[in-house]
Ligand binder design. Structure first.
Ligand SMILES: CC(C)(COP(=O)(O)OP(=O)(O)OC[C@H]1O[C@@H](n2cnc3c(N)ncnc32)[C@H](O)[C@@H]1OP(=O)(O)O)[C@@H](O)C(=O)NCCC(=O)NCCSC(=O)C[C@](C)(O)C(=O)O
Length: 355
């Protein structure tokens, strides 16, 4: 009898064997379905610090007990970026392990924060929309409302709506209207203001003053951040796996060598957290409030460098504390070729200048 490990025999065995598949295809999702995700994860100080250090998020309130107390926290809390990434990571096995692109996310909110180390996270998702992709017959577009809850109390800690392209089992005919519309809307030329204003400092008043200055002129409050983070094995493969994100895009070079990127790509939440880390390093963050209209424009792969650009949209004197005001930003992450890779709006409370 031939040994099954004989290379020719084994090649034939592989060809004839069915694969026990992981994940779900587009056809498996139906609007209204609620999915309780089996994996759970305890949010630890180590996990938080690993995520935050590698994405250059060094806000002292998440590292030092005195700085945490100064901001009204009992101890350094779990950062909302890590909470978001862990909530999404847990869902991947059920929602997007089959592959397909993470297109965007909106209405990211943290009703139960601050969250402290030791909290066990349980996550559920509801299918809110299933749509045909008019440009890509082999994919459908699915949106889910996801809620990450404290397993002990049931309190919702993080919730958002996410949209992915999801592979179909059977490709469908499309009308090509997406591609046609894209062609039609091409190139009316850039429409940028004449002047870009950068805030002098990172306090709330600095943003208000910059907005006032820009208001009088054909100007915008817009600036770039100096730091960049080149993607390596840790950011591309280790960080998503640490959140139980099993998407093959991040750790299976063999499969991904045959994909449009030709390589494993960075988890969208790593790209986004890194850009936000660069932005936060130039401001006095008080609290994160929420994120909207997040889009991932193109892949980030090992060797690419993630930079950030910020536009300040508005400022409002009210916040959860007298010590802060609220600012709405648009953040754009871009790569070494100046191509946008992520964009989204962020609402954050920013500390007022101490008197
Ligand atoms: C996806 C690519 C190839 C499309 O590139 P394109 O030029 O074909 O783009 P498009 O024409 O703008 O978009 C294609 C279709 O998607 C739709 N679409 C587009 N955006 C949205 C949105 N926000 N919400 C809803 N729909 C959206 C859009 O309307 C269009 O529909 P159509 O086919 O009917 O014409 C390109 O945009 C790209 O490469 N993006 C980067 C994707 C990426 O790298 N994501 C992060 C890493 S993957 C990841 O983290 C994985 C994760 C987290 O682990 C996990 O989900 O499991």
């Amino acid at each position: 009898m031939t040994e099954w490990t004989d290379p020719d025999t084994f090649a034939q065995a592989l060809e004839r064997a069915d694969t026990k598949e992981k994940g779900n295809c587009f056809e498996d999702f139906e609007e209204g379905d609620v999915i309780e995700h089996d994996p759970g994860l305890t949010l630890t100080r180590f996990g938080n610090e690993q995520w935050m250090s590698q994405t250059l998020n060094h806000d002292p309130a998440y590292w030092r007990t005195d700085a945490a107390a100064d901001r009204g926290f009992e101890e350094p809390p779990i950062h909302p970026d890590y909470l978001t990434a862990a909530t999404l990571g847990i869902t991947v096995e059920d929602l997007s392990e089959k592959g397909g692109y993470f297109l965007g996310r909106t209405d990211v909110r943290f009703p139960g924060t601050p969250v402290y180390a030791g909290t066990e996270l349980h996550v559920e998702s509801e299918v809110v929309n299933c749509a045909t992709s008019s440009s890509r017959p082999e994919y459908g577009i699915v949106s889910w409302r996801t809620r990450g809850k404290d397993a002990e109390t049931g309190e919702v800690l993080c919730s958002y709506e996410r949209t992915n392209m999801i592979p179909r089992r059977e490709p469908v005919a499309t009308d090509g209207s997406g591609a046609a519309a894209a062609e039609e809307s091409e190139d009316n030329g850039p429409d940028l203001p004449e002047e870009f204003v950068a805030p002098e400092g990172g306090y709330f008043e600095d943003f208000v003053e910059a907005l006032e200055q820009a208001d009088d002129e054909n100007a915008a409050v817009a600036y770039r951040h100096e730091r960049g983070r080149t993607q390596d094995d840790v950011t591309v493969a280790s960080l998503p796996l640490a959140t139980l994100n099993t998407a093959k895009q991040h750790h299976n070079v063999d499969v991904m060598s045959d994909s449009p990127s030709g390589d494993i790509v960075t988890y969208g939440d790593v790209t986004r957290s890194t850009a936000l880390g660069h932005a936060r390093s130039d401001e006095e963050t008080w609290r994160e409030v929420g994120f909207d209209d997040e889009s991932f424009h193109t892949f980030v792969a090992v060797g690419d460098t993630v930079y950030a650009f910020t536009r300040v949209l508005e400022a409002d004197d009210t916040a959860s504390s007298d010590e802060a005001g609220t600012v709405r930003f648009e953040h754009i992450a871009f790569n070494q070729d100046d191509e946008p890779v992520y964009s989204g709006t962020r609402t954050a409370e920013i500390r007022k200048r101490p008197s």
